[in-house]
Design a binder for this molecule. Structure first.
Ligand code: GDP
Length: 356
């Protein structure tokens, strides 16, 4: 499954946020047979379309798409040179598809800041520097290995050339995501600064309700996405019933919880979309990549669906709502039979036909 790794300096609220993520565990509630790893938190992607579908089909339950977050140890200045912690940290973070960096914006004299002051910009620089240093170290080691492998004709020259280009970018202090090097030939290295970033500002209520301040912080990290939340409030929201939660949110000037925001932004950052299925049992959103074709999308439900794919009956969500039922959509020519080259669109309501 696609996962987003959570990083940040110590005492910025990572554990508080992660506890909210795990308590909110939609896996436990909706997918009783899924294995739940202790360091993985799962949030569901808010999707109002599922409720509408459930209404049309009389579905018993709603199964939204999910986004997984992995808790990764905190980074301190010098972490990339660290012995034990460094390596374990790197192994976990390499496997993440994107990185959510928690940045402290809250003030609390009882909670020590590792660098002695609340300064989001400097904190982000510390983290980014550590990630760049970690990549530099990975690359330096890889380059000496690649030189041998090239002499032994085990790799092509483009591998070594790409590694050297990447090294140069990092030596200039630039993360690879901000450069134009195509790192495909060295993707096996799992370089960190290639991964897409989301910035999670853990802030006080004052900032949550201050649009100007939020815009300034968002500009600091653009074009990466910024999410603003108060980790303490998030951990309280989890324990409230929906009405009380809505009240607490609106009293802090928010119309959506931070976890919901994080799921949405995470989903977009990973380049994902969903298609929908519905029936009397469940209305469900399935996660696919943008540009995926129908058989590959069917494979997310079951590998047999992909192998035995014949065709897909597709109705766009809007057409289905407008016509009111599958029968009516068919009668109005809004249900399309699509073949194996059909490129899926977000919000397609699908029924697959397949051979077993
Ligand atoms: P971590 O080291 O990044 O995992 O940070 P923690 O989640 O353990 O938080 C460090 C301390 O800051 C704890 O005492 C939290 O209760 C407190 N804390 C976390 N988030 C907030 C917040 O949004 N506001 C305030 N005032 N305190 C927070």
């Amino acid at each position: 499954a696609l996962t987003i790794g959570i990083v940040g300096l110590p005492n910025v609220g990572k554990s508080t946020l992660f506890n909210a993520l795990t308590k909110n565990d939609v896996l436990a509630a909706n997918y009783p047979f899924a294995t739940i790893e202790p360091n993985v938190g799962v949030v569901s992607l808010p999707d109002a379309r599922l409720g509408v579908l459930a209404g049309l089909f009389g579905s018993e339950r709603l199964l939204p798409a999910t986004v997984s977050f992995v808790d990764i140890a905190g980074i301190v200045r010098g972490a990339s040179e660290g012995e034990g912690l460094g390596n374990k940290f790197l192994a976990n973070i390499r496997e993440a598809d994107a990185i959510a960096e928690v940045v402290r914006g809250f003030h609390d004299d009882d909670v020590v800041h590792v660098d002695g002051k609340i300064d989001p910009k400097s904190d982000m620089e510390t983290i980014n520097t550590e990630l760049i240093l970690a990549d530099l170290e990975t690359l330096e080691r890889a380059i000496s290995r690649y030189e041998k492998e090239l002499r032994g004709k085990k790799i092509g020259p483009e591998v070594l050339a790409t590694a050297k280009d990447a090294l140069e970018v990092l030596q200039a202090g630039t993360p690879l995501s901000a450069a134009s090097v195509d790192i495909a030939p060295i993707s096996e290295l799992g370089l960190l600064t290639v991964k897409p970033f989301i910035y999670v500002f853990n802030v006080d209520e004052e900032i949550l309700t201050d649009a100007d301040k939020k815009r300034d912080l968002a500009e600091l990290v653009a074009p990466a996405e910024a999410v603003f939340l108060d980790a303490k409030i998030e951990s309280e929201l989890i324990d409230l019933d929906p009405e009380d939660a809505a009240e607490l949110l609106s009293s802090t000037g928010q119309d959506e919880s931070g976890l919901d925001q994080l799921a949405r932004v995470g989903f977009d950052t990973l380049g994902l979309q969903t298609y929908l299925t519905a029936g009397p049992k469940e209305a469900r959103a399935w996660t696919i990549g943008k540009g995926w074709k129908a058989p590959q999308a069917a494979g997310v439900i079951h590998t047999d669906f992909e192998k035995g794919f014949i065709k897909a009956e597709v109705i766009s969500f809007d057409d289905l709502v407008e016509t009111g039922s599958v029968q009516e959509a068919r009668a109005h020519g809004k249900a399309r039979m699509e073949g194996k080259d059909y490129v899926m669109k977000d919000g397609d309501v699908v029924e697959f036909r397949f051979n077993v």
